[in-house]
Design a protein. Sequence first.
Lengths: 130, 145
Amino acid sequence: MTKYRVVFDDPDALDEPTKVLVPSQNWLDEAIAGNLPPIWVYWQLQDDEAKAKAEGRHSEFKHDPEKHALQWTAPRIGPLTEEEAMEYLVMKDLPRRCWAEEHNRPMFKIVRTEEVPSDRQFRGAWEMAA
Amino acid sequence: MSTIKVDAIKNSSGQSEISVTTLKADTIQNTSGASVIKVNTLQDTSGKGYYPARAWVNINGTNGSIRGNENVSSVTDNGSSRFTVNYTNSISSADCSVTASVSNTSYSYLMGVDLYSFGTANCSLRTHDYNSLQDVTYLSVTVHV
């Protein structure tokens, strides 16, 4: 079992409890084996879906088949360490506003499982990142 | 020795169609040895379709840990009995079906689950009892397109 978690705050909902991302062991095994596509493959799909949402046509949204197939057909990026895989996962599964935009404090931190606050009303991933 | 190695099987008109009543094999591989079978549709010999799930996961709703899954890269515990299931590979369409069930081994009230957001990369659910959000022992989610 992976020893890592990602704790993060959503800059659009700072009053909500800190969120905890739990990686899938299946996915980590694939990452460590080198079976992931470049991260831009996922970003491209996220961008297309976000555009459909913004234009009010999400309910009928379908991915472009060629872009969608890149998830399996794009050249693999090669083996990652567990730490590199966690950084990849942040860029794949956390809202982009949490890690790609500048804030006056860190919005996420990769931590060991035992560091995750047991109080699920905990707020302030930035305190853990300090 | 039950090993069949092929790159393609086609009927006489060139379509990739295999129709058999019984196929017995220990291993089916392509010629490079990989155990991968790729098809666009699955049918039995009468033409009746099979519709496999695109993702599934069994979550411990008390801490967000994952008991088992396929095509799930992570689960986010959003706090207040709310979870987001992130798919390893995005599904093809937002017009999908998300099925979820809950079970709580130490709680006697009726329990339920709501799907409050979904798309091709993830879906978000919250678990509840008869009047408020409530953590559960088991949250199971299956996705079809």
